[in-house]
Write a protein that binds this ligand. Structure first.
Ligand code: NAI
Ligand code: MG
Length: 353
């Protein structure tokens, strides 16, 4: 048995419930993970019921826990007063680092190539997702450059970077590369056009890189990077980038190793971690137990690692790989007809062997 942890358990909406149920079966029945799971209300359901997708009680509860597991939420555009609860959580808990590993597990028939093993570090609290937005520009009329626009017919979303914010995520990527023997760190930007923010990102990166002389530093424009990732994904190791570029690039890299059913993530501050599959709530599959739980189960693996339960993490990863290699119990995305729960039960069986 491990030490006793307190884990916030937040399935959210739609298939978030299906996949976290599967993840919990794996933890409860297949591991010695000793935890009190505390349910947290989050998501569209609570926006409709209470006018807040992230009730205060959930935030208070999270403060009492060691880490959080999160499923997915439903969000809809153009809903006045609504803001994404997951973006708010990232900001409230300063979860500045979003780590998304993309590894081609042996036996996964969906691998684009079998030699891909890269990891994306995405800045998670700043950039275009800072939440500083103007639905008209009446308040910006004192600033000269806005005078040429019709204030009622102009919207602005601000891309905010701080030096400190850039430094923290860049350092995170380099530290990971050093610890895990990745020979390269690729910094993804568009500094030739978005000069102020991405210029600063690259300047800070040059400073940070000096402390890691053994790591080769590559720089790529976001557009060229997308092309390179399709052309030669096996060449990349650690990829570090800003919030929106990271959001986009990490969905691309997820598809190289099996798609959203395989994409796990860790959002961490220096002392808290929230672990989630990167897919959304897929409303058309909600409650049908059809979707692949591997992304959620790999998120559990990332949580184990972050908590320092390395042995448990490695064993779980090995068993996921064994399930894929065997190729018998698999969900629809892998060409199978097993349910979400069948996959969890197969992983439990293999863990207990
Ligand atoms: P989505 O990720 O929910 O689903 C897109 C498609 O990917 C699904 O229709 C399904 O074909 C496939 N898929 C997703 N997860 C899968 C899994 N575990 N196994 C097998 N196939 C899987 O993205 P979509 O449709 O753009 O968004 C649906 C809702 O989710 C929206 O309200 C959106 O705002 C929200 N969303 C929430 C996220 C979060 O909670 N972190 C992230 C992305 C979207
Ligand atoms: Mg995304």
């Amino acid at each position: 048995m491990t030490k006793k942890y307190k884990i916030a358990f937040m399935p959210g909406d739609g298939i978030g419930n299906d996949v976290l149920e599967a993840a919990k079966i794996v933890m409860d029945e297949g591991t010695d993970f000793n935890a009190e799971f505390i349910h947290g209300d989050i998501g569209w359901v609570f926006w409709e019921k209470e006018g807040d997708a992230l009730p205060d009680r959930t935030v208070e509860m999270l403060k009492e826990t060691d880490a959080a597991l999160f499923g997915a939420i439903t969000s809809k555009p153009n809903v006045p007063g609504y803001s994404s609860p997951i973006v708010r959580l990232r900001q409230k808990f300063d979860l500045y680092s979003n780590m998304r590993p993309c590894k081609a597990y042996e036996g996964n028939p969906l691998n684009y190539r079998d030699d891909i093993n890269l990891i994306v570090f995405r800045e998670n609290t700043q950039g275009l997702y800072s939440g500083i937005e103007f639905y008209d520009t009446n308040d910006l009329q004192d600033i000269e450059v806005f005078k040429k626009y019709d204030p009622k017919k102009t919207t602005v979303s601000c891309r905010v970077f701080t030096e400190e914010g850039c430094r923290k995520i860049i350092k995170k990527g380099f530290d990971y590369a050093k610890k895990n023997n990745y020979p390269t760190v690729t910094l993804v930007h568009k500094a030739n056009v978005i000069r102020a923010t991405d210029g600063m990102f690259l300047k800070v990166a040059d400073e940070v890189a000096k402390d890691y002389p053994d790591i080769e530093v590559w720089k790529q424009n976001i557009d060229a990077m997308c092309m390179q990732l399709v052309k030669n994904p096996q060449n990349f190791g650690v990829i570090t980038t800003t919030n929106m570029f990271g959001d986009i690039v990490s969905d691309l890299t997820a598809q190289l190793v099996g798609g959203l059913g395989f994409a796990a993530s860790a959002s961490t501050s220096d002392d808290y971690g929230l672990f989630e599959p990167t897919h959304g709530s897929a409303p058309k599959y909600a409650g049908q137990y059809k979707v692949n739980p591997i992304a959620a189960i790999l998120s559990v693996k990332l949580m184990f690692e972050w908590l320092g339960e390395t042995e448990m993490a490695n064993k779980l990863e090995g068993v996921i790989e064994a399930n894929l290699k065997e190729g018998k119990v698999k969900t629809y995305d892998l060409g199978g007809s097993s349910s979400t729960i069948d996959v969890a039960k197969d992983i439990v069986k293999k863990l207990n062997k």
